[in-house]
Design a protein around this ligand. Sequence first.
Ligand code: AMP
Ligand code: ZN
Length: 466
Amino acid sequence: MKFFNTLGREKQEFKPLRDGEVTLYACGPTVYALPHIGNFRSFFFADTLHRYLEYKGYKVKFAMNITDIDDKTIRDSKEAGVSLKEFTDKYTKVFFEGLDALNIKRADFYPKATENIPEMIDLVQHLLDKELAYIVNGSVYYSIHKFPDYGKLSGMDLGQLEHGHRVDVDEYEKDAPGDFAVWKAASAEEIERKIFFDTPWGKGRPGWHIECSAMSRKELGQPFDIHTGGVDLIFPHHENEIAQSEGAYGEKFVNYWLHGEHLSVDGRKMSKSKGNYFTLTDLLEKYSYNEIRYLFLSTHYRDKLNYTEPAMKNAASGAAKLELALQNLDFFIANAKEGKEDKEFLATVEKRKTEFNEAMDDDLDTPRALRAIHELVSDIYRYEAKEKKALEKAKESLRTLLHVFGLFEKEGEREALGEALMAKIKEREAARAAKDFEKADSIRDELKKKGVLLDDFPEGTRWRRA
Ligand code: AMP
Ligand code: ZN
């Protein structure tokens, strides 16, 4: 299994620190606004990795942080006129609802920054003891010139950078590096709003970057195997995490860094002012979680994904094909003959599984793995209702692969249709094929009265409950 490691910029064979186990950390949400579908693309990518590692038999220990204190949460909670906690609790809840709506598998830990302050203070103290950090007016800055590896992840060159140049904000660009704040002295306003913690160097609160260094170490230890996030986090966030963790403890922080590309809308960066900003809830009004997952899966995680209505429609039709195949497979099984297991057909099924695995082993190539699933579906259609045992095993395999992608597996999402109703659907399909539209329409109306609605696609008819 190979992953493209941002650290070194090449595909590398994956070897976990401990046999059979993987420690995984993903940068989670900053809970200051409704997460948009771009954010969810990043969480979805971590989910795909999580699911695939488990499918490969690894025991995965997975932590994702919740940033509930930083520049943005403090600023916007003030604007909303509520306490930081009330403000961030609301968006944390929305975040978890989104995970469930998209069928994203839960991580083992969701540490909140505000609940791990002692660990952060301890880390800052280590940096001060080692003279990698210094205090100015109660804030603590990391002296990046003292960490020789600074820039190894993002490839930035400190070059002519003036010693002691400082940046106070959490987010800044690659062309504006400097000694960054690992701890920020409380402002008068923060003192008034009681947003501060006591430390040996005064009242203040953590900088954003120190949060992930401290919480990943607490939950997973150091070093750990894989760290993920969106590409925008490579600099400064992840570069700074490395400087903090490796500087403070003198050991490697992370072995594999995986970064997911962004999602744009109609070719432009998603933003509120352009009116192309939408949340997961907006999208779920029009499309199912399966269709949204399918859209994400159709593009490799390291490629930009441009959201357009036609792309979404394509994804919906791809998902419909798979869903229809599951229905037809049940129909084939119901009509298949009992007999000796068909080894030849099972060999074909195995071949498709191998293709799926090879694609995913190659840096999680989900578009290629999706094609293997569609090939398996075509094999099943060619086979139709021949031998029962082989078909049942094919169904198990198809379900297993779909599970890696989190598709069609929500409880009670789609109960099986009775045989009589299935037969009616087939009868109507035959009528349509024979251009007997009158009969086709009358069957449609008949089913509608029974609460079953039909949607016709070029590949066949899909049913749903009214
Ligand atoms: P934030 O809540 O801003 O801290 O972001 C949470 C995650 O979403 C991070 O891993 C970001 O890199 C990622 N992210 C932000 N914007 C986008 C986008 N347009 N497409 C994909 N991922 C994004
Ligand atoms: Zn982080």
